[in-house]
Structures are given as structure tokens and as C-alpha cells.
Ligand binder design. Structure first.
Ligand code: IMP
Length: 193
């Protein structure tokens, strides 16, 4: 069984909705988030730590919101900024600039301790540590005044195709979101193993 390791119920809901209960089971563990300017090393380190904790195949998801006018801020610091400033304050910050374009990015990291041997498969990180595979999804949008009651985190202020992510169901969000895209490329590889 594959363990989706997170303490975030919103991420878990979307992963379950996409992959199905027969593919993943949740594992509530708060792995260390290393500090880094990009999401990939954070996700890779998290997956390795989660695998050492669980002892069975794991997936972790590191995500962030990147505002173009602020050189990608809050990016890898999105969780810290949500906890300290809050989503409303990020919207207020966005109102100080004309360019409110942004992107969500999700890096999904899979680690099974090297059990699956697929040397030519996608997303392989070969840096001498425990083998990890990364699956990435991005989606572009615009920062807007908060709308909608669904989703989680920054969803109410992220608009794509006329609606915010908080105005979509998990299923509708997965169809085009950063997480949905990362899940799609992960599932495509995982189903082949
Ligand atoms: P982390 O991936 O646990 O580091 O969390 C990143 C931050 O981005 C947290 O503040 C999350 O609430 C937020 N976040 C992650 N994914 C999403 C999403 O799909 N929609 C809205 N906010 C998200």
C-alpha cells in the first residue's frame, strides 16, 4: 500500500479523490521541511524522512504559491506566510502592484527505498541518497479578492478561468490544478509498475 504522508486534510482530500482509496492510505506525520529556494529538494528530503518513518512506499507533496510581481514570493515559504500573515494579507500585498499574475506549483515526491527499479522512468533523482522520484504540476492564474468556501489555503484568492479554486469541487480543481497535474503524471508512472 502507498502511504500519502501529510498533516494537511485538504491535500489528502484531493489525492484521495484522484487516486482512490484502493491506491493510497493516509499517514499523519509531520516530516521536517528543510529550507530551500525551490520545492524539489524540500519534497525529496521530506519523502526520504517519511519513508524512514513509515518503512513502506510513501508520497509527500510540497506546494507553494508564486506571485510574479514579487519574484515568486511566498513560493517555498507559502506555509509560513499563511500561518504568520494569512491569506487576506497576501491579497492586500497583491493590491499594491498592477501585475497580479501568479502560479501554484506542486512537487510530489515518491520514495520506496529503492524497491521499484525503473532506471529510465521519469522524475528520478540520482544524487547518491535514497532513490526518489519527483512529479511536478504547475498552473497559472491571478490573485483576486477572496471568493468561495471550498478548497483550502490560498484557494480563495487564486483565480483560474473565471473562478477561484475555492469555488470548485475537489474533482473540478483536480482537473486543472497543480496538484491534479502532479497526481496525473505520478499515476501514469505508478500504474505502469
Ligand atoms: P506545504 O506544501 O505543506 O509546504 O504548504 C504550502 C502552503 O501552500 C500551505 O500554506 C498550503 O495551505 C498552501 N497550499 C498548498 N497547496 C495548496 C492548494 O492546492 N491550494 C491552496 N493553497 C495551497
Amino acid at each position: 500500500m502507498l502511504h500519502y504522508v501529510t498533516t494537511n486534510p485538504g491535500k489528502l482530500r484531493e489525492a484521495r479523490q484522484y487516486l482512490g482509496d484502493e491506491t493510497i492510505t493516509d499517514y499523519d506525520y509531520d516530516y521536517t521541511e528543510i529550507q530551500h529556494a525551490s520545492l524539489e529538494p524540500i519534497a525529496a528530503a521530506g519523502a526520504r524522512e517519511a519513508y524512514r518513518e513509515v518503512g513502506e512506499p510513501v508520497v509527500v507533496d510540497d506546494s507553494g504559491l508564486f506571485l510574479d510581481a514579487f519574484d515568486g514570493f511566498p513560493g517555498p515559504y507559502s506555509a509560513y506566510v499563511e500561518d504568520t500573515l494569512g491569506v487576506e494579507t497576501v491579497w492586500e500585498l497583491a493590491q499594491t502592484v498592477e501585475d497580479r499574475s501568479a502560479a501554484f506549483r506542486c512537487v510530489m515526491a515518491y520514495c520506496d527505498g529503492g524497491a521499484v527499479d525503473d532506471p529510465t522512468g521519469p522524475g528520478r533523482v540520482d544524487d547518491g541518497e535514497l532513490p526518489v522520484r519527483l512529479f511536478v504540476g504547475d498552473v497559472a492564474g491571478t490573485i483576486v479578492a477572496p471568493r468561495g468556501d471550498g478548497g483550502f489555503g490560498y484557494d480563495p484568492i487564486f483565480e483560474h478561468d473565471g473562478s477561484t479554486f475555492a469555488e470548485r469541487s475537489s474533482e473540478a480543481k483536480n482537473e486543472l490544478s497543480h496538484r491534479g497535474r502532479a497526481l496525473a503524471s505520478f499515476a501514469e508512472w505508478h500504474d505502469r509498475q
